[in-house]
Design a protein around this ligand. Sequence first.
Ligand SMILES: Cc1cc2nc3c(=O)[nH]c(=O)nc-3n(C[C@H](O)[C@H](O)[C@H](O)COP(=O)(O)O)c2cc1C
Length: 307
Amino acid sequence: MSRVDLNVDLNGLKLKNPITVASGTFGFGREFEDYLDLNNLGGIMVKGLTLKERKGNPVPRVAETPMGMLNSVGLQNPGVEYFIKNELPFLKRYDTKVIANINGNTIEEYCEIAHILSSTSVDSLELNISCPNVKEGGVSFGRDPEMVYKVTKKVREYADKHLIVKLSPNVTDIKDVAEAAEKAGSDCISLINTLIGMAIDIDRETTILARGMGGLSGPAIKPVAVRMVYEVFNTVSIPVIGMGGIMDYKDSIEFLLAGASAIAIGTGNLINPGVAAEILKGIENHLESKGYKALEEIRGKVKIPSK
Ligand SMILES: Cc1cc2nc3c(=O)[nH]c(=O)nc-3n(C[C@H](O)[C@H](O)[C@H](O)COP(=O)(O)O)c2cc1C
């Protein structure tokens, strides 16, 4: 029995605690079974799914950078039908919410995947309109508020499930995009996806990633992510899942204070595959030491001294 009430209600999706793992950094959970009890997680955001299998981008497609990493994996995945048949039953053995991250080249493709997953036992759909590593779809949908509205609204019609829209930080004003997702019927918002970056090998005089650019993640992006969560929390009334550079419980508390209802751990899983369980304990201890009875008491509580 937890000493602090850690339950989270993401506008219909109920998590037993605020810890989730970010899409693309946790596979379908199997590789992490030996490092932590998956029952400890509030939710698992599975690797990005597409209608058909994708082999991903050419290598090298990951590179270490100061305080972070660049990736251009390019949504390598076995396709939605394979996931339903071979991975979902495994995930459903655990007492955690399964969030399917969906990706399409066209609005019709997003809708088709949403429709297919609506008759399965996944608990929620996370609409990834923010992937910087694919030629079509992805971030090109997530940049323009009108497009975000259009794709979200259409998917909403086909998705008979709780719906999360995942926002890209590669925009001029994140508030406009968040408002568009809310207006179009999203139940919840997750952010941030990776920031577009580039690294160069000065001896070979080529980019390190085969595709040139990739998505920057890890501690380097945390201040940008915390700022965007703060802005979105203060703009929309649907709940927010915050992510970007979370490596320990202190990072998580920053996101909760900025307004996140739940958090997702991404690159942190690649460095310490058991980190999610450690973060859960750390959050609970921190809240208890501060005298809080429930997680929601700190949500959005950050004060700006000069305001
Ligand atoms: C190797 C890798 C693969 C990723 N694949 C996906 C994906 O398939 N779908 C998605 O929505 N986000 C994907 N992301 C983005 C993460 O889910 C997350 O939004 C981002 O990395 C920021 O969090 P972090 O700094 O904690 O990693 C990926 C990130 C990494 C590092």
